[in-house]
Design a protein around this ligand. Sequence first.
Ligand SMILES: C[S@@+](CC[C@H](N)C(=O)[O-])C[C@H]1O[C@@H](n2cnc3c(N)ncnc32)[C@H](O)[C@@H]1O
Length: 179
Amino acid sequence: MSVLTSFVHSSIYDYRFEHGRRFHAYKSGENDYFTPNDEPEQLRLDMQHRCMYLASGSKLFYASLEAPIRVLDLGTGTGLLAIEMAEEYPQTEVIGVDLSPIQPNWAPSNVKFQIDDVEDEWTWPENNFDLIYSRTMLVGGIKDYRKYFEQAFRHCAPDGYFECLEMTADIRSDHYKIP
Ligand SMILES: C[S@@+](CC[C@H](N)C(=O)[O-])C[C@H]1O[C@@H](n2cnc3c(N)ncnc32)[C@H](O)[C@@H]1O
């Protein structure tokens, strides 16, 4: 069942606690994401955003777009990327979606946050977004990659972009050959 553009219940704040860490409540037990959503994790996400921004040469996105009109940020986390995008491009409408309601209330008016599971059927319009981001969330967050990519491409505008930035989980060493 899809609930992407309908209202969610206040039970999204009935967080689950394990080993002293706090985890998302929405879809808990059904689609559990492995990282916590408490303050230390939010700080880590903010730092990670800054690192990714600097590592990409102070770019908010790589796609060759002058100024996208409609942007979707999948797994937005604390929403910094969505907020900075909205600040830099005041004409752009940005939607950030996440399992956890950890985005600030003071975001610019052209960014909206939604709580949902992006593995559900999307109810945003098809052929719509100039830019769909998926940044550092696939690992551990998505079970059905084929469906995820298919939905992303279906909901991109005809000349839009799906931009996916992931980290590699390969273990490497400069002095030891890992078998
Ligand atoms: C590592 S964080 C990345 C946050 C942000 N994209 C960034 O780059 O800073 C991954 C985020 O994806 C969210 N997430 C994971 N699986 C999800 C799903 N199926 N639906 C919606 N959000 C999901 C998590 O709650 C978490 O906030």
